[in-house]
Design a protein around this ligand. Structure first.
Ligand code: PHB
Length: 395
């Protein structure tokens, strides 16, 4: 997309969204001292596009809980489609930092892109808040002072799933996922939890990201006849996987499990096909806390759709950033902002209160949910206050 078209598009987006007190940036525009620039580097196309938009919506909604004086601080936003393409990650970050002069980047969804982003931002004078990508390294070996995550490590939501499956009376399990960083980590973390609980991982199937050619894998699963199938898929790929699973007649024979991304933001598209799928995740639509009720109500009114976990992660990225900025006397001091976000507690999150660990990753509950009547319904806690085992991180 050429630059003028892009600026026009983002201008009309923000005009349509009508956030009071907002400016829309022209790339490279001279900055004033009170202008705080935020760059969204998210997937706005491809299989993860919906996730990117929901993160941005959640983030923008969070700003409405604050009352910043524009004489002291004004926010400017820039949007960049990362296309879930790791090979463009460094170039995109460098553009946002050096050309657009952003103070903070909100990004991204895809683990491979996130790792490229961290390398590029680590030694800069900007901060990164990751509102989804679970790459374990982001808050383990690659952790950095200026890198924060408001979502999860890939280990967190799926490690408790093995115990759930074994407790349901299944032993021999097959795992299916994409072959890229997040899929590999989900596979290993699932396997760890399953084996510790007495289950057995009898076969793993992986296909390249973002392929949805599931037929031959599902045919082989039908012939192996495991006790259960577990998987990691998200976005458009999750819809296609569940639909193929159902249409090959597997759903009534072999129960399907996953981390909760399998049924997030896709329930409408899946209809009846999702019924009965059990998943583990750090959020459930029906968490009965006041912050969640208020968030869901406001989100629905503003965007005319239900929020999902991606909206929550974006919202919490906003709460972390804006709450910290709100409390600072000096609003445009990035080093002070970074040190003040350390060990932050996000008390009014829709997922319930959580805090950042010493490696800047959330310590949070993991919930067991089941799709009933077209909704992810809360069954209970699969794990309380689960902290990623991030002993490699020294910051
Ligand atoms: C990831 O690449 O880390 C990722 C992508 C989509 C999800 C979860 C994790 O839903």
């Amino acid at each position: 997309m050429d630059k003028r078209k892009f600026i026009k598009q983002i201008s009309s987006y923000f005009a349509a969204a009508s956030f009071p007190g907002f400016l829309v940036s022209c790339a490279g525009e001279k900055t004033n001292n009170n202008i705080f620039k935020i760059g969204f580097m998210l997937p706005y196309s491809g299989t993860y596009a919906r996730l990117g938009f929901n993160i941005e919506n959640g983030f923008m909604l969070s700003l409405e809980s604050f009352n910043f004086d524009p004489k002291i601080i004004k926010f400017e936003f820039i949007r960049l489609d990362d296309e879930s393409n790791p090979s463009k990650a460094a170039e995109n970050v460098n553009k946002l930092i050096n050309k657009d002069k952003v103070d903070v980047i909100i990004g991204t969804v895809h683990s491979g892109v996130a790792m490229g982003m961290i390398k590029a931002i680590k030694n800069s004078n900007s901060a990164l808040i990751i509102p989804n990508a679970g790459a374990n390294a982001a808050t383990r070996s690659m952790c950095a002072n200026n890198v924060f995550r408001t979502s999860f490590s890939n280990w967190q939501p799926i490690y408790p799933l093995g115990k759930v499956i074994v407790d349901d009376g299944h032993k021999n399990v097959v795992f299916v996922t994409w072959k890229y960083a997040a899929g590999n980590e989900a596979r290993d973390s699932f396997s760890e939890g399953l084996i510790k609980s007495g289950g057995k991982l009898i076969k793993v199937f992986q296909l390249p990201f973002p392929s949805v050619e599931f037929q031959s894998i599902l045919t082989e699963i039908a012939s192996i006849q495991p006790d259960a199938v577990a998987c990691f898929f998200a976005g458009g790929g999750a819809v296609k996987f569940v639909k193929d699973y159902v249409s090959l007649g597997l759903k009534n024979k072999i129960p399907l499990y996953g981390n909760g991304f399998l049924t997030e933001g896709v329930l409408e598209a899946l209809g009846n096909d999702a019924e009965g799928i059990k998943t583990t995740l750090h959020y459930s639509d029906d968490l009965p806390n006041d912050a969640n009720l208020e968030f869901r109500d406001k989100y629905q009114k503003k965007f005319n759709q239900f929020p999902d976990v991606y909206s929550v992660q974006g919202y919490d990225a906003g709460l972390l950033l804006f709450n910290t900025l709100n409390n600072l006397q000096e609003k445009k001091n990035i080093n002070l902002l970074i040190s003040s976000m350390k060990n932050a507690k996000v008390l009014n999150s829709p997922r319930g209160p959580w805090m950042l660990s010493s490696s800047n990753n959330p310590v949070q509950n993991i919930y067991l949910r089941e799709v009933k009547n077209g909704k992810n319904q809360l069954i209970g806690k699969a794990w309380e206050n689960l902290e990623d085992p991030s002993s490699e991180c020294r910051i």
